[in-house]
Structure formats: structure tokens, C-alpha cells
Design a binder for this molecule. Structure first.
Ligand SMILES: Nc1ncnc2c1ncn2[C@@H]1O[C@H](COP(=O)(O)OP(=O)(O)OP(=O)(O)O)[C@@H](O)[C@H]1O
Ligand SMILES: [Mg+2]
Length: 323
């Protein structure tokens, strides 16, 4: 609670405003081995948004999250998070955000409730308030039966739940989740995703997550940025990205006769592939081309036995961008 006379916390319409953020890791003899992890990343994320960062291994996703979460200092560029500078105002900012990794690591000998309490103390909780918060989180994440279990004896799914419980100990306004469903069973992943959606809906929390699962990104994220070699190559909704990359729609057809020499040359047809009696016809725009093709088939006396239309999957966009 703010005391009388204290300045109100800064209000920013953007949760994140990063500009030209760069980070190079130095290793080896005199730091001569250099790995440019981020090469000028600019990114804005609105409040109460679920934002996804997608990109291949080594793209810089974890590095970017770590800088925005004040765990790493950038070499160049600026980043304002919740209206605060990630370097200058790191201490004030830390109280208002948190981060959980899908590869969590805590002191192996600490027990579940001790881990949550440890982090609670870091945020200034103590006594009865700390005990109440720990109990609530242990219960919420269904960890009651494991309260006294040492961390290293937990399964992957339980470790992730501890990581989430720990990340909510300060009731953050902004939560960074680095691969939150990594290695989880499908049914557990569904629940974690549901929980992430609830955090935003119920508390208006802003959530920035990384993931390698396209379904997760598509289902959960309002917006997605695609990052590769430390640069953002594209951003938008899943639908925007599909449109930007222009992979085309696929019209799959079962035809009689099955092969038509003219089909590959028909207007709007980008590619043809045949398998199992189906012709997969990639076109620039299915809504426009399907009626044209059906009219042409009719005129040629071709029988259409089956037809299916599908948009490109986000996975295909990913593969294209990662090339
Ligand atoms: N502490 C570090 N020291 C040296 N190099 C590092 C360090 N952390 C990351 N890197 C390098 O920086 C680059 C970006 O790594 P980062 O972990 O951010 O990628 P990522 O997108 O999270 O990858 P992944 O999908 O595999 O988690 C990689 O080349 C990585 O090897
Ligand atoms: Mg990573």
C-alpha cells in the first residue's frame, strides 16, 4: 500500500517497450568467444496481453525474457517494463514481475513449501502473512501432499507446479514464462494453459511466454513475435503471421480422373502434390480459387469425389521463417 505523500506508481499503457536491445555473451580466453544472442530487438507488448515468443533453439528467447525480467543487463538499447527502466529501476520493477522456467531448478534439498516460503521472504513476506500465502499457493497448485517432499524427488510436472507457485508469490502484474509446458503430459499441458488464460482473465495479468508448441502459441497468445538469430523477423496474431508469410491455402481434392495436366497451370495454383489418391493443390487464396476450380472441373466433366480446404498451420510458418 502506498503511504501518503509517496508518488503513485507510474502508469504505462504498455507493459513492455523494448528498443534496440542487444546482448552478446563473452566466453573463453579474455572473453574472445562472442555469441551475439540479441542483435537489436524492439518489441512492444500491451497490458493484460498474452504474448508469445517463438523461434528456433538459440534464437535468443530466454535471453530476451531474462533482460526484460531484470535478470540480465543488456549491452545496448533500452527496455521499459511497467513504465520502469529494466536497468535503472530494476529493484522497483522486480517487486512487480516474476518469471518461471519450464526447466526449473531450485536447491535440490529444499522441500516444496520451503521453496515457496524462501521466495516469499525475498519479496518481504514474513510471519502469518507468509504462512498464509504459502498455504494458498500450495493448495492452489495441488501440492499439499508434497509439502514436505524434497525438490529433487518431484516429477517434472510437479517441479513445474512448484515453479508456477513460486512465480506467483508476489502476485505479479507481469509474468514471464519460459516454456511453461515443456515435457508435460498432454492433459497436464491443457490444465497449465487453462491456468495461464485464467491468470490473465481474472487478474488482468500480462503474460509473456516462450514455447516450441505451435498449438500452444495459437491457442493462448493474442500476439506472437517470431525471433531468430537475435532478431524479430515477424509479429502479429497467428492469422497475421500466416498471411504475412503467404504460404497459401491447401485445397485437397479427390478427382476422377485423378490426374489433370492443366491443374498445375491454373490461375492461383502455387503447387501440386499427389498422395493416396488425393491431389493437394496449394493456392494463393482458397476462397477465391475453389469456385473457379469447381467451375473448371464441371466444364471438363471431371467428377469431384471429395474436397477439403485447410489454411496453413502455424508450424509451417515457423518452418518457413526458421529456414
Ligand atoms: N550464459 C550464456 N553464456 C554464453 N552464451 C549464452 C548464454 N546464454 C545463452 N547463450 C547463447 O546465446 C544464444 C541465445 O540463447 P537463448 O538461450 O536466449 O536462446 P533460446 O531462444 O532461449 O533457445 P532455446 O529454444 O534452446 O531455449 C545462444 O547461441 C546461446 O548459446
Ligand atoms: Mg530458451
Amino acid at each position: 500500500m502506498s503511504s501518503p505523500g509517496a508518488p503513485p506508481p507510474p502508469v504505462a499503457t504498455l507493459a513492455i517497450d523494448a528498443r534496440d536491445v542487444a546482448k552478446t555473451f563473452r566466453a573463453g580466453w579474455l572473453g574472445r568467444r562472442r555469441t551475439p544472442a540479441l542483435q537489436g530487438v524492439s518489441l512492444t507488448v500491451g497490458r493484460s496481453v498474452i504474448f508469445g515468443l517463438l523461434g528456433p533453439n538459440g534464437a535468443g528467447k530466454t535471453t530476451l525474457l531474462s533482460i526484460l525480467a531484470t535478470l540480465l543487463v543488456p549491452d545496448a538499447g533500452t527496455a521499459t517494463v511497467l513504465g520502469l527502466d529494466v536497468v535503472r529501476d530494476a529493484n522497483a520493477l522486480r517487486r512487480r514481475l516474476n518469471m518461471a522456467s519450464g526447466r526449473p531448478s531450485f536447491l535440490w534439498s529444499l522441500r516444496v513449501a520451503e521453496i515457496v516460503a524462501f521466495y516469499g521472504r525475498l519479496y518481504g513476506l514474513h510471519g502469518a502473512a507468509l504462512a498464509r500465502r504459502v498455504d494458498a499457493l500450495v493448495e492452489q497448485y495441488e501440492l499439499t501432499a508434497y509439502r514436505r517432499t524434497p525438490y529433487n524427488e518431484l516429477s517434472t510436472g510437479l517441479k513445474q507446479r512448484v515453479a508456477l507457485a513460486k512465480a506467483l508469490v508476489n502476485d505479479p502484474e507481469l509474468l514471464f514464462l519460459d516454456e511453461p509446458t515443456l515435457g508435460l503430459d498432454p492433459d497436464v499441458s491443457v490444465r497449465v494453459r487453462q491456468h495461464i488464460a485464467d491468470l490473465r482473465r481474472e487478474r488482468g495479468m500480462t503474460i509473456v511466454l516462450t514455447t516450441h508448441y505451435m498449438r500452444e502459441a495459437e491457442e493462448l497468445c493474442d500476439e506472437i513475435a517470431f525471433i531468430k538469430d537475435g532478431r524479430i523477423l515477424a509479429r502479429g496474431t497467428a492469422a497475421d503471421l500466416k498471411r504475412q508469410i503467404r504460404l497459401g491455402d491447401v485445397i485437397a481434392l479427390k478427382l476422377d480422373p485423378p490426374r489433370l495436366p492443366w491443374l498445375a497451370e491454373a490461375p492461383g495454383v502455387l503447387r501440386l502434390e499427389e498422395s493416396d489418391g488425393w491431389v493437394a493443390c496449394t493456392v494463393d487464396d482458397a476462397e477465391k480459387r475453389l469456385p473457379e476450380l469447381l467451375r473448371a472441373f464441371h466444364a471438363e466433366g471431371v467428377v469431384v469425389r471429395n474436397v477439403q480446404v485447410r489454411e496453413p498451420e502455424l508450424e509451417e510458418v515457423f518452418v518457413e521463417l526458421a529456414r
